[in-house]
Design a protein. Structure first.
Length: 517
């Protein structure tokens, strides 16, 4: 757009009350005008790299996200902003997260894909929270683009949030300066800020601020449960979708550490760097902190008494969650890609039962069972203490791979791996054509079915719709799941014997001996 036309648009904003801009080109938000570009799919406009908070650098490092400075002339929203700083991904992580963009500490940006033609369209909204263990990932990777999901009649939003040492670093000095006697959950506060931005601005893109569904996978799924748990996000969304991640057990992502433990980890990190004060830490180059974090595990979200007043399981058990309809599920072979050693359990009896259920040649099944337990627990708690329905799925389909695909470990054992459902949910199979991906007719059909369910849920709080197999709500006395395998069909909740074991492992009951002691 030529410079004189930009100034003309800016002048129009000043002299015309409440202007309505065409969605297909320029949109006015609370911080200024943004100019989008045609998306890869006809009829969709993309707005890339919109700042939703000020750059968290310098004195704003390890502080809650701050408001953006308004811009006086239209801002080009035609390119993605850098991802948040993170360590290099593994050689096979493209299968789960996609290709990484440039990185920067200045990374609090979001992206919007909209098929709307005017603000009056009031379409449902899907807001994606990416995964990556709270240390990796980005809202800008191609796998998460909304080009092929938006045409189904939904506005799609993705965003970045601070990761690792920048997003989840706690320290006594930070706790003292916070005003809430809390520190460490900056990545979660970024997520809240992004949802606040959506609440204020999404109507300008033709979205309905009263039909916002948040969805995420892995740590993104854990984040969705954290957004249900935090009082800071109350009223910012109306549906919640969790894929292979939730903060409900001792072995799931997020909410596991409490503030004193997290502060001790932060103090040790500062000492290892030779930092004498918080001011010293804030002066250190971001790249130095990132390198040093290689030997430092900040973990993910913290039960800090402010962002998360209690652990997420307790918040749901007490009926204190942001009560909305939920759609949750996991994959049959989570442990093939999400490899972890067997956990150490609370009693010798539990440890012996773990060994019986999962002999050494089947240890990869442990993570699949933990994730299935996590998502079933989420559905169970929402239906027990909340006023809304829950819907559960089980993704068992074995995605095809090109002959040159490189994985860690052997690709032949991946099955329905951790993150395999994402490309189907986003209806994004077309982005992998360049790699000669051997999609079959069922892959395209499955992507259409899953993405339709997700859009329906965003619109109505119910995934069901015309032409789709009927998906019953979760009932704890007779739990059923929608199985996405070689066909989409309802089946009984699988692996119930294992789930009973993980009930005991996550919430062990005291024995007579332990009570006596």
């Amino acid at each position: 757009m030529k410079l004189w036309w930009r100034f003309l648009l800016a002048f129009a904003v000043l002299v015309v009350p409440s202007p309505v801009w065409a969605i297909d080109q320029v949109v006015r938000i609370d911080s200024g005008l943004v100019e989008g570009v045609p998306a890869l799919t006809s009829g969709v406009t993309a707005f890339e790299g919109i700042p939703y908070a000020a750059a968290p650098v310098g004195d704003l490092r390890w502080k809650p996200p701050q408001p953006v400075e308004p811009w006086p002339v239209p801002r080009n929203a035609d390119r993605f902003a850098p991802s948040c700083l993170q360590p290099p991904p593994s050689a096979s992580s493209w299968a789960f997260f996609g290709d990484y963009e440039a990185q920067s500490e200045d990374c609090l940006y979001l992206n919007v894909w909209t098929p709307a033609k005017s603000p009056q369209d009031r379409l449902p909204v899907l807001v994606w929270i990416h995964g990556g263990g709270f240390v990796l990932g980005s809202g800008t990777t191609r796998l998460h683009h909304g080009d092929n999901l938006a045409p189904k009649g939904v506005v799609v939003v993705t965003f970045n949030y601070r990761l690792g040492v920048f997003g989840f670093f706690a320290h006594p000095e930070l706790t003292k300066e916070s005003g809430h006697h809390a520190s460490g959950n900056y990545g979660l506060m970024d997520q809240v800020a992004a949802l606040q931005w959506v609440r204020r601005n999404i109507a300008a893109f033709g979205g309905d601020p009263n039909r916002v569904a948040i969805f995420g996978e892995s740590a993104g799924g854990g984040s969705v449960s954290d957004m249900q748990a935090t009082p800071l996000a109350k009223g910012l969304f109306q549906r919640a979708i969790g894929e292979s991640g939730g903060s409900f057990g001792r072995f799931g992502p997020g909410g596991g550490r409490r503030l004193p433990e997290a502060e001790q980890i932060g103090q040790k990190f500062a000492q290892a760097l030779g930092a004498s004060s918080l001011a010293d830490l804030r002066c250190r180059p971001a790249e130095q902190l990132l390198r040093a974090a290689g030997g430092f595990s900040p973990g993910g979200p913290i039960t800090d008494g402010y962002v998360l007043p209690e652990d997420v399981y307790s918040i749901f058990a007490e009926g204190k969650q942001n009560d909305v309809p939920v759609l949750v599920g996991s994959n049959a072979d989570e442990g093939t890609a999400l490899r972890r050693p067997p956990p150490t359990l609370g009693t010798p009896e539990l440890q012996a039962e773990l060994a019986r259920l999962y002999p050494p040649d089947q240890e990869e099944k442990i993570m699949s069972a933990i994730m299935l337990w996590t998502m079933r627990t989420w559905a169970r708690l929402e239906t027990k203490t909340g006023a809304h329905k829950a819907y559960e799925y089980y993704f068992s389909y074995h995605s095809p791979f090109p002959a040159d695909a490189k994985f860690e470990p052997d690709v032949t054992h991946f099955g329905a791996f951790h993150g395999a459902e994402i490309i189907y949910v986003f209806n994004n199979l077309a982005i992998r054509k360049s790699r000669n991906w051997p999609w079959q007719a069922w892959d395209w059909k499955l992507a259409d079915i899953m993405s339709s369910y997700w859009v329906n849920f965003a619109a109505n709080g119910d995934p069901n719709g015309p032409g789709l197999p009927a998906w019953p709500a979760y009932i704890d006395s007779q739990p059923q799941v929608m199985n996405f395998g070689d066909k989409a069909q309802v089946i009984p909740l699988p692996r119930t014997t294992e789930l009973e074991f993980w009930d005991k492992a996550n919430h062990p009951q005291p024995t007579a001996t332990s009570v006596a002691k």
